[in-house]
Design a protein around this ligand. Sequence first.
Ligand code: ADP
Length: 558
Amino acid sequence: MLRAARSASQWSSVALTGLMQDDFQLTLAQVLRRARTFPEAGGIVTLTEDGPERASFVEVAARVDRLARVLATLGVQRGERVATFAWNSQRHFECYLAIPCVGAVLHTVNIRLFSEQIAYVLNHAEDRLVFVDDSLVPLLAQIAPDLSHVEHFIVMGDGPTDGLPNALRYEDLLEAAHDGPYEYPLLDEREAASLCYTSGTTGDPKGVLYSHRSTTLHALAILGADLVGLRSADRALIVVPMFHVNAWGLPFGAALTSATLVLPGRFIQAEPLARLIESERCTVMAAVPTIYMDLLRYADEHKPPLSTLKMAVCGGAAMPISLARAFEERHGVNLVHGWGMTETSPVLAMSSPSTELDDETRWQLRAKQGRPAPLVDLRLVGEDGKEVPWDGSTSGEVEVRGPWVASGYYKEADSSDNFDDGWLRTGDIANVDQLGYVQITDRSKDLIKSGGEWISSVALENELMGHEAVREAAVIAVPDERWGERPLACVVLADGGKVSGEDLREYLCSRVAKWWLPERFMFVDALPKTSVGKFDKKALRARLADGTLGEIAGRSAL
Ligand code: ADP
């Protein structure tokens, strides 16, 4: 009898709905609620010109309520995009919560894009309001006339607002908004919470539109011990910019668990960072490799005490293992390698191998990008479109899916090139070993990652080929000790054309961001092409490696 009953229910075609509170929405309202729940725990320290400024999360939450009221007064609607153009600070964090919690979309603009791209993303997102740090006003003022939708700039700080029409002061607005709890709308977890643009290989930046659900789940996931493992007692120095994939989700994670956020404002040079680590007794840090390289140089010379740091997340570009060894051996700091992308909120994997393993094996695994995070599905796809095995040597393009992975781009009708049957194509080429550790070996996307930010090789090529003395130009990444990668421009001159690398830099100066300018040029007779006539970058890299391409001209480093 019993056996019959069990098998009947096992094979029943009527699903049994769970009796849990599944209508509880995973929204940033929960993060805000947690922030105001524990008066004694956590808070924000921001480094300013006048030293550190401090606030508890309860004080911050009260200011978020005021800001929510300001947004309502300014007529912000559900789903409307509201931009920030700012460094990491308490005020920026207030925008991080107030904008999504009123049902609008926090659009964090990357201040390192070049002006045309900044104008492009603000116009594409149709931002009506832009919150801007006073130190960044001059940068925005240059393009203010080109912004078709902006009605007000809300300036954070007391500095001049010259060049910004309709500027309002953040603190004046907050002061005028009355105190007390704000009635936030009930949001659906699938509503958009924030928007971040990523540089495409070709064409304009593309918008990744995070939902409340994806952001909340991602924040929760990074609290896991194999990922960042933030705890309420932690004091986390967030150097990765808040305009870069929501600072890897750490501000939300910290507020969820009541850890203290230490935000460096615009003081991201090694010396102020080292001082902050010491004075604030930071236990966690997050930054790209270039920042750690500067910090290491400084630490080797000045020996600041850094050993309160129990974990320093290093991501956004490959972490040189020599860097991690130097930090551990000379300063007692554990650098942990992380990998992700804007389209994936960003965390996909982190490398925290078991301490039970022998030292050498651990170092080998720590150099890799790590094991996929819980809830991230990952596969490798070979050139023939078939999945390749996880054997530690066969490589393929990494494809991922999961609750914090994008399913398309904002206002782009057809994103199919970037997806493969519902899986996001990362453009990263990797192998995965039998323990599940991902090792990125190459990149199929035509981009250069310098100091954690993208340079589009295609955009540089197009500009170079606009010069009358240049017939063809192909730009590839070359390794650089300080920046990770820098662009190398391989140029074929037009008949009778005469131009030097220095002339070309000069020419590019007014056309691309300063930090995009290649310092290395190579003049060649011809460029290798694929069967369909495109530059064959793979062959170009191979010829560079075996020395058959020629001598690189130009400065060797910045
Ligand atoms: P983020 O810089 O936050 O990772 P981006 O979208 O700007 O986000 O860049 C994502 C890309 O950067 C990845 O697809 C990969 O090519 C590169 N990348 C990020 N982290 C690493 C890493 N740890 N190792 C190698 N490449 C990385």
